[in-house]
Design a protein around this ligand. Structure first.
Ligand code: ATP
Ligand code: MG
Length: 317
C-alpha cells in the first residue's frame, strides 16, 4: 500500500494536550529505525526551550538545532525558528558573509522573532531543508521524518502559514520556499498526520473537530490513534454474561472498570465513523519514559511490516 503512513516523507503527530503525542512520536521513530528505515525524529521547540522530553525518551543527546545520531537509523533534531532563519538567509543571500552580517543585525533578528508567522516560517524552512537533504547518490538522507507537534495550533499554523505568506510575498526565494513547503505538507503521498486521542467521549469529540480543521487547511490525515486503551479481556459473549451477573448482585467494584471499557468501545466506533482512516489502538501500559517507548514501538512493528508487504488494510496493533 503505497500511501501507507510508513512510506511518507513527513509524519506529523498531532492531538490535544497530554494524549501521548511525544511518547507516540518517539515510539514510531524507534519502530521505524528498528525495522531498518532511516528516520529523523524532530521536535518543534520554542527557541527559549528547556531540556527536551522527546530527546530524553529516545536517549538522544539534546544538541540544540543540530541533528544528532541516536542509534542505528535514528537521528534526532530540535527544529528551531532561529536555525531556519539562518539557513534561509544563507541560501537566499548571495554570499555567506552577508547572511552572517544580516543575522548580526539586531533589527533583523527582532523582525524575525516578532511575528509568529515568521517563527513558523523558520521552523518550516529548517524542516524542508532536512527533508531535502540527500546522499551523494541522490537518495534522501532522511526518507522519513517524524515530527512531534507540541500543540494542535502548530499543525494549523504550519499548514496555513505558507498560504498567508504567499499572499504577501508571491515571488522570489521566500515565495518559492513557502510554496515548496505547502506542496510537501498538503501532498497525501508525502505527508501524513497522525491524530492521537484518548478513548473517552470528550477527547474523541475534540479530535473529530480537529480532524475537520485539518481537512479544511488541506493537511492529509493518515491514521487515528486511540492511546491508553484499557485492557479488554472480554469477548462480547463473556461481557454480556458478566453484565447479567452484576445486575443480580447490584453495584460492584468492577463496575467502573467495565464502564471505562464500554466508553473505549464507543470511542473506537465514533472515531472510525468520524474519520474513515485506519485506526491504531495502543494499550494503557504500566510503564513510563523510555521503557514505555520501547514497548509501544514493539507494538507498532506489525504496522510497518504491513506497509512493507502490502496485502490489505494497515494492521491494528
Ligand atoms: N500508552 C500509554 N500507556 C501509559 N502511559 C502513557 C501512554 N501514552 C502516554 N502515556 C503517559 O501519558 C503522559 C503524557 O504523554 P505525552 O507527554 O507523550 O503526551 P503529549 O501529548 O506529548 O503531551 P503534551 O501535550 O503535554 O506535549 C506521560 O506521562 C506518558 O508517560
Ligand atoms: Mg508532548
Amino acid at each position: 500500500m503505497l500511501d501507507s503512513l510508513w512510506n511518507k516523507r513527513a509524519v506529523l503527530v498531532s492531538g490535544k494536550g497530554g494524549v501521548g503525542k511525544t511518547t507516540l512520536s518517539a515510539a514510531m521513530a524507534v519502530a521505524a529505525a528498528r525495522s531498518g528505515r532511516p528516520v529523523l525524529l524532530a521536535e518543534l521547540s520554542p527557541d527559549e526551550g528547556g531540556p527536551s522530553t522527546l530527546a530524553g525518551l529516545v536517549g538522544a543527546k539534546d544538541a540544540g538545532a543540530k541533528v544528532v545520531p541516536v542509534r542505528q537509523n535514528l537521528s534526532f533534531v530540535r527544529l528551531s525558528a532561529a536555525e531556519g532563519h539562518r539557513q534561509f538567509l544563507e541560501e537566499t543571500l548571495p554570499a555567506k558573509w552577508l547572511a552572517e552580517a544580516a543575522l548580526r543585525s539586531r533589527a533583523l533578528r527582532r523582525f524575525l522573532e516578532a511575528g509568529p508567522a515568521l517563527k513558523e516560517m523558520g521552523l518550516l524552512y529548517q524542516m524542508l531543508t532536512l527533508v531535502r537533504r540527500t546522499h551523494p547518490d541522490g537518495r534522501p538522507l532522511y526518507p522519513l521524518a517524524v515530527l512531534d507537534l507540541p500543540a494542535t495550533g502548530h499543525a494549523m499554523a504550519l499548514a496555513t502559514l505558507p498560504r498567508s505568506l504567499l499572499s504577501l510575498i508571491p515571488g522570489g526565494p521566500i515565495g518559492r520556499a513557502m510554496r515548496e513547503g505547502l506542496d510537501l505538507l498538503q501532498d497525501p503521498k508525502r505527508t501524513g498526520v497522525v491524530l492521537t486521542t484518548l478513548p473517552e467521549p470528550l477527547p474523541v469529540s475534540e479530535t473529530l473537530s480537529l480532524a475537520k480543521e485539518l481537512k479544511d487547511v488541506g493537511l492529509p490525515l493518515s491514521v487515528a490513534v486511540l492511546n491508553r486503551l484499557p485492557e479488554d479481556p472480554f469477548t462480547p459473549e463473556s461481557l454480556a454474561a458478566l453484565g447479567r451477573l452484576l445486575e443480580t448482585h447490584g453495584p460492584h467494584r468492577g463496575q467502573r472498570a467495565l464502564e471505562r471499557l464500554e466508553r473505549a468501545r464507543e470511542a473506537r466506533q465514533r472515531l472510525q465513523a468520524g474519520t474513515a482512516v485506519p485506526q491504531w489502538g495502543l494499550p494503557d501500559l504500566a510503564l513510563t519514559g523510555p521503557a514505555l517507548v520501547e514497548r509501544l514501538s514493539e507494538l507498532l512493528v506489525p504496522t510497518l511490516e504491513e506497509a512493507a508487504h502490502p496485502g490489505g488494510r494497515e494492521a491494528t496493533p
